[in-house]
Design a binder for this molecule. Structure first.
Ligand code: ADP
Ligand code: MG
Length: 266
């Protein structure tokens, strides 16, 4: 009997580990400009599970942002299916799409997309105010907690122009976390940052992923993609390769090497 029970337990654990967050089937996206149609996605099949850290990597024009916009419910596909956290997204109305986006997705963009005349705290609170399905009694407290998580607990009243690029991106990461999303989508989040600051930002994504948060990072750089656990390479609107990273880079280790080099220079 005990043998049978342990088999059942194993299966239950297996199901929990493999909970699917994102699934696409033959996803297609056409852009129409005048008489010309560009097929930016030509049939994308992918499956991403809870707790994964996936980099979508490809050259400029390969369709990364198009894919991210659909996965993030900012745009709808021209064909195929998209299932986000058990919801068939491609059948939803615009309003339903906005609701599911606010509930399930945290966004981080290359240009931070912070409101310049408001403090870090107010920027991070923003998604809570847009979430119509939940009332938050103390948004400021949640925002301070998210800012503390990204190491900015002492900068909550600073405005974006009083923060460095890396700090602004950390505010954006705190904002992406605030709704407790099913997945964080980051489109070229280190594109505006120098190498060391990029690794600092990646150390935050790795730490959040270690805490169980699902991260989808979009990048055109190999060096950045190797901080993820899995890489999906796209080219011309199709998946070229999909593999687990063997020698994954560790951002905290790489940062400590930076410090050693700086001391040597002195
Ligand atoms: P990436 O993010 O990998 O650089 P994109 O998803 O932005 O690639 O673009 C994929 C293809 O779709 C490119 O050929 C691009 O020119 C085209 N494209 C992207 N957005 C639009 C749009 N709004 N209208 C027309 N064509 C577009
Ligand atoms: Mg892009």
């Amino acid at each position: 009997m005990s043998h049978v029970n342990s088999g059942v337990d194993f299966k239950i654990t297996g199901i929990e580990i493999l909970e699917t967050i994102i699934q696409t089937k033959n996803l297609i996206k056409d852009y129409h400009t005048g008489d010309i149609t560009v097929r930016a996605l030509k049939g994308i099949n992918l499956e991403i599970h809870k707790g994964e850290f996936v980099a979508i990597m490809g050259a400029s024009g390969s369709g990364k942002s198009t894919l991210m916009n659909i996965l993030g419910c900012l745009d709808v596909p021209s064909g195929g299916d998209y299932i986000l956290d058990k919801v068939q997204v491609n059948k939803l109305s615009k309003k339903e799409l906005a609701d599911i986006r606010n509930q399930k997705i945290g966004f981080v963009f290359q240009g931070y997309n912070l409101l310049s005349r408001t403090s870090a705290l107010e920027n991070v609170e923003m998604p809570l105010l847009y979430n119509r399905s939940v009332h938050y009694p103390d948004p400021a407290k949640l925002a301070i907690s998210a800012l503390t998580k990204v190491g900015l607990g002492d900068r909550v009243h600073h405005h974006p122009n009083q923060l460095s690029g890396g700090q602004q991106q950390r505010v954006a990461i705190a904002r992406s976390l605030i709704n407790n999303p099913a997945v964080i989508l980051a489109d070229e989040p280190t594109g505006n940052l120098d190498t060391k600051t990029s690794i600092e930002v990646l150390s935050i994504f790795q730490e959040l992923n270690d805490q169980g948060i699902t991260v989808l990072l979009i990048t055109h750089e190999h060096d950045i993609a190797y901080y993820a656990k899995r890489i999906i390479e796209v080219r011309d609107g199709l998946i070229l390769k999909d593999y687990q990273v063997e020698k994954r880079k560790n951002a905290v280790e790489d940062l400590s090497n930076f410090k050693v080099e700086e001391i040597e220079i002195i």
